[in-house]
Design a protein around this ligand. Structure first.
Ligand code: KIV
Ligand code: NA
Length: 263
């Protein structure tokens, strides 16, 4: 039985950490769900870690459908989120079309899209249609050409905007929020202000849950590992044990330890 949205919300209310990890195909999705990961994210990070591209921008909706379908064949019971790739949410009609494809053809349980104010009408429409939506604030990889890869919300003005955006997303009907590379104190504040679960990456230990890129925890990322990621395979020896160690450390609030928190 697939974990439901209400079970995830209950975990959040009971302050049980939610464990999320990316996966991009059936084999890994099988072992990720077997290890007890609650949420599988079919991230458009696949453009970088699977396709070997420089950014996530070239990823298409067709590719997201292809990977999401594979993941759902291997996934036993994790909640599955599919990313809406760059420009597939540019305008209400195209965004609704993308979400329909990811849900109907990809068999995703939820869609995720990057941004604040801009996406509010989309979140509202999807939510009213019964589509679960995950927001994504902070570092936005789809905006990398404009803003670069850097921690977001260090100055008070941006911090205030992120908090406002987070509240607006929840108000518009978002059921979950990913916070990427924001300072720990701000991530804590946003998590405390919201009722919906907040899943952090590079945002400290105080969010409702954590997400990492699978390739990073297995040490098979091309190039340098991000500071906030931990290679679990190195100390565990097998893929299955590495994923299980990540799950255990997030549940027990041992990950992220201070060395994985951005300053
Ligand atoms: O694409 C992805 O893997 C993501 C996570 C890093 C949050 O969006
Ligand atoms: Na993504």
């Amino acid at each position: 039985m697939t974990i439901t949205l209400s079970q995830l919300k209950k975990m959040h209310q009971q302050q049980q950490k939610i464990v999320c990890l990316t996966a991009y195909d059936a084999g890994y999705a099988h072992w990720v769900s077997q290890a007890g990961v609650d949420v599988i994210l079919v991230g458009d990070s696949l453009g970088m870690v699977v396709q070997g591209q420089q950014t996530t921008l070239p990823v298409t909706v067709e590719e997201m459908i292809y990977h999401t379908r594979m993941v759902q064949r291997g996934n036993e019971n994790a909640w599955c989120i599919a990313d809406m790739p760059f420009m597939s949410d540019a305008g209400l009609e195209v965004a609704l079309q993308t979400a329909a494809q990811l849900m109907k053809q990809g068999l995703a349980n939820m869609v995720k899209l990057e941004g604040g104010q801009r996406v509010l009408p989309i979140v509202e429409a999807l939510s009213s249609l019964g589509v679960p939506v995950c927001g994504h604030l902070g570092l936005l990889p789809q905006s990398v050409e404009k803003h670069g890869y850097k921690i977001q919300g260090k100055d008070s003005q941006t911090a205030k905007r992120l908090l406002d955006d987070a509240q607006a997303l929840q108000q518009a009907g978002a059921d979950m929020l990913v916070l990427e590379c924001v300072p720990q104190a701000l991530a804590k504040q946003i998590t405390e202000c919201l009722d919906i679960p907040v899943i952090g990456i590079g945002s400290g230990a105080d969010t409702s849950g954590q997400v990492l890129v699978l390739n990073d925890i297995l040490g098979v990322t091309i190039g340098k590992l991000p500071k906030f990621a931990k290679n679990y395979l190195a100390e565990q020896g097998t893929v299955q044990k590495a994923i299980a160690a990540y799950v255990a450390e997030v549940r027990q609030k041992q990950f992220p330890a201070d060395e994985y928190v951005l300053a």
